[in-house]
Design a protein around this ligand. Structure first.
Ligand SMILES: CC(C)(COP(=O)(O)OP(=O)(O)OC[C@H]1O[C@@H](n2cnc3c(N)ncnc32)[C@H](O)[C@@H]1OP(=O)(O)O)[C@@H](O)C(=O)NCCC(=O)NCCS
Length: 134
């Protein structure tokens, strides 16, 4: 498992910028790190100001991976951090022998959509269904 000195408060502050209702626990963060790779970017003071998570998803057809929780702190956006984090996740995927990387994002998230297209993601037309069980 990756070893890194992380502050759960830094992570909570970041995640709140993606989903103000989300509650991140140390356990869920540990689980994410165990499942795959979480990339953290710190500022010069050591505060985590950007993150992204990738984890493998083996299908019957191929080894895939999913990217979630790409977030850069508002005051650090537009400086290349998001692209750096995304490329770091893709390096991990290649090292793991992943064939396809997938992610979803709301079309209204202009910066995120542009970032993903910039590094090579292409829109995959599909019907995405959700069934809420609780
Ligand atoms: C999406 C996000 C992670 C991008 O991080 P960032 O560090 O600001 O992005 P970068 O500075 O690395 O920019 C890389 C590319 O993203 C795109 N981009 C970034 N900010 C943009 C903006 N404000 N408008 C349009 N495109 C933008 C551009 O293509 C840019 O490349 P360029 O500088 O050559 O034009 C950041 O905006 C963010 O955290 N947004 C809120 C959370 C979110 O929407 N996460 C995605 C969930 S799926």
């Amino acid at each position: 498992m990756q070893q890194i000195d992380i502050s759960i408060d830094d992570i909570r502050a970041l995640v709140a910028q993606l989903d103000s209702t989300a509650d991140v626990s140390e356990e869920s963060l540990r689980h994410a790190m165990l499942q795959g790779y979480v990339c953290f970017e710190k500022n010069t003071d050591g505060r985590i100001v950007g993150m992204g998570w990738i984890f493998p998803r083996q299908t019957l057809l191929r080894k895939q991976a999913v990217i979630e929780d790409m977030i850069v702190d508002e005051s650090y956006r537009g400086k290349g951090l998001g692209e750096k984090i995304l490329n770091s996740l893709l390096v991990w995927a290649r090292e793991q022998g992943v064939e396809v990387v997938e992610l979803t994002t709301n079309p209204k998230r202009i910066a995120a959509n542009n970032l993903y297209k910039k590094v090579g993601f292409r829109l995959h037309e599909t019907n995405h269904y959700l069934l809420k069980l609780s």
